[in-house]
Ligand binder design. Structure first.
Ligand code: CP
Ligand code: NVA
Length: 313
């Protein structure tokens, strides 16, 4: 039996495998739009464990699993034994014995790691406090669709050194681009990750230097899920880190604007930028569906290169 693969961060796949996923997602999107039925996951089940709120992640995984012929089961920690203290290890052994893949959105990244270590099926990180790799698959796909390869380009991430920032940092290495980060002092990304990725990332404490001439500008909310009580303090700390038309004017003239959503208009981004001609945020949201269908296919039945080998033999 082949070793089970998980998707906890972008580092779980090689650069070549990530490229395969993006190309496969673009292909699956075209097939789906043309009305083609493709159900390789018939009779299979994805367990979706949510400890935090979600719109895009839940809808995209549930619709995606359905389109692939399978079923998605929504499990909230509020009404499973996970919320009443049953150990993660035990839950992982039990849940994974009945389904074909598990998706988890939770707080500590150690929770998904522990679950994966005790799971007999692939585990997907659907956002932790530290990483949001599924979002980056959709983001890389969206860049590719709008502008071609991101290799050799420069992106600017403006805002909190959070889960989105960390996943953009990993993407810089895995997809071969440079990432400028603009954040207020005290809100920098994880220092160990910065050290590991220092060839791929440059840190600024002002927005103008970070966005100058870049090919893509990306931002995220100032207070993430679990930080709601810090909203007021963060509004003050981040007030000079809003992506507005003046900031976009400093980027390359063909630059695109990205945001994982949900967005807070007139906080981290102006309405004019979010709704403007450079914004690709709605495609980015839709691409969660296509990118995750490619991911589910890869984890449950194999990557495109493995599938074509199987067909050939
Ligand atoms: N971008 C994203 O993950 O959105 P949701 O929180 O709505 O799932
Ligand atoms: N940084 C945000 C991303 C939401 C998709 C959060 O963790 O709440």
């Amino acid at each position: 039996m082949s070793k089970i693969r998980h998707f906890l961060t972008l580092m779980d796949f090689t650069p070549d495998e990530l490229q395969q996923l993006v190309q496969r997602a673009i292909e699956m999107k075209k097939q789906w739009k043309s009305g083609e039925i493709y159900e390789p996951l018939k009779n299979m089940t994805l367990a979706m464990i949510f400890e935090k709120s979600s719109t895009r992640t839940r809808v995209s995984f549930e619709a995606g699993m359905n389109q692939l012929g399978g079923h998605a089961m929504f499990l909230s920690t509020r009404d499973t034994q996970l919320g009443r203290g049953e150990p993660i290890e035990d839950s992982a052994r039990v849940i994974s014995s009945m389904v074909d893949a598990v998706m988890i959105r939770t707080f500590g990244h150690d929770i998904v790691e522990k679950f994966a270590a005790h799971s007999s099926v692939p585990v997907i990180n659907a956002l932790t406090d530290d990483f949001h790799p599924c979002q980056l698959l959709a983001d890389m796909m969206t860049y590719e669709e709008h502008r071609g390869s991101i290799r050799g380009k420069t992106a600017a991430y403006v805002g909190d050194g959070n889960n989105m920032c960390h996943s953009w940092m990993n993407a810089a290495k895995q997809f071969g681009f440079h990432l400028n980060i603009a954040c207020p002092e005290g809100y920098e990304p994880n220092s160990e990750l910065m050290e590991t990725l220092r060839e791929h990332v440059t840190l600024y404490h002002n927005i103008a230097d970070a966005v100058k001439g870049v090919d893509v500008v990306v931002t995220d909310v100032w207070a993430s899920m679990g930080q709601e009580q810090e909203q007021k303090i963060r509004e003050k700390a981040f007030k000079h880190f809003k992506v507005d038309s003046a900031a976009m004017a400093l980027a390359d003239k063909d630059a695109i604007f990205m945001h994982c959503l949900p967005a807070h208009r007139e906080e981290e981004v102006s309405t004019a930028v979010l709704e403007g001609p450079q914004s690709v945020v709605w495609d980015e949201a839709e691409n969660r569906l296509h990118a995750q269908k490619a991911l589910l296919e890869a984890l449950v039945i194999g990557l495109p290169s493995q599938l074509s080998l199987q067909k050939a033999s």
